[in-house]
Design a binder for this molecule. Structure first.
Ligand SMILES: C[S@@+](CC[C@H](N)C(=O)[O-])C[C@H]1O[C@@H](n2cnc3c(N)ncnc32)[C@H](O)[C@@H]1O
Length: 257
């Protein structure tokens, strides 16, 4: 399990190296995968498709520099907790993206500082792509705890079934060949396995979509000059799970009169 700590350290080291080499905005954009506005708009649009409400209570795990955070500041009644393991990214997020009432917190990983049933939406964009399966599973257990019944979790993932994602895997293979491990791990999941996880954890599967499907509807409300309205692909595949509501109680039997 030491990979977890290696990952956290290597991610933080990568961010620091970028900050030393590039202007701050460029360094943090590179640290979270680039295309700050593009992915922010896609993440926001995707959440709207799957139940984001103006008064949602959102936990954004691995919020990074705030690609999604920035998109959510326009909802005055929305409550937001952003969690990450890299303090420099949280600091940037606080200064450039978040609102004063948004909570941004550094976590050690796999913990979720929120009471049971608090959240209506939990997100992991481009986070399980870098964690051991065991860590992602532990996060989903915590997610089940913090979600209100009917609440949803949205996460993105890499899968072998999507041709475009092979270049990421080939990059990993190259590190192994050269015995030089400079970046952070990229982890693949299988849609069929996610269904098994969901069943074991008690979630209902709402959607599992391939990253190369144009399935994200950017509306005139979420579009920007750089990201026009229309159907877009996320690149990574994604999954939406729901914590079921308890079944309605049977009406009490009327005693025979
Ligand atoms: C590729 S970035 C994506 C950031 C953000 N979700 C977005 O879409 O812009 C991955 C993020 O996950 C964070 N991260 C890595 N391990 C984590 C963990 N165990 N718990 C929470 N965040 C983690 C990294 O620091 C980084 O900010």
């Amino acid at each position: 399990m030491s990979t977890q700590f290696q990952y956290v350290q290597s991610y933080a080291a990568m961010v620091r190296a970028y900050l030393a080499a590039f202007p701050e905005d460029e360094a943090v954009a590179r640290s979270v995968g680039g295309a700050f506005e593009h992915f922010g708009v896609l993440e926001h649009s995707l959440l709207l498709q799957y139940g984001l409400q103006p008064d949602s209570r959102v936990i954004d795990v691995g919020c990074g520099a705030g690609r999604l955070t920035k998109q959510l500041v326009g909802y005055p009644k929305l409550q937001y907790i952003g969690l990450d393991v890299v303090p420099e990214l949280l600091d940037y997020n606080r200064r450039k993206a978040a609102r004063a009432d948004f909570r941004l917190e550094q976590v050690a990983g796999n913990t979720m500082p929120a009471p049971d049933g608090w959240a209506t939406l939990v997100t992991y964009f481009s986070v399980f792509t870098h964690l051991l399966h065991e860590e992602s599973y532990a996060y989903l257990e915590q997610t089940y705890r913090v979600l209100a019944p009917g609440g949803r979790v949205v996460f993105s993932f890499f899968e072998f079934a999507v041709e475009d994602q092979w270049s990421v895997f080939e990059g990993n293979v190259d590190w192994v060949r050269k015995r030089s491990y400079l970046g952070h791990i990229n982890v693949f999941m299988h849609a069929g396995d996610i269904e098994i996880w969901a069943r074991r954890l008690g979630f209902r599967v709402v959607a599992i979509r391939r990253g190369d499907e144009p399935s994200i509807q950017v509306t005139p409300e979420t579009a920007t000059e750089a990201v026009p309205a229309g159907l877009h692909v996320l690149g990574q595949s994604y999954c939406v799970l729901e914590k079921p509501r308890p079944p309605a109680a049977e009406p009490a039997a009327v005693p025979p009169g």
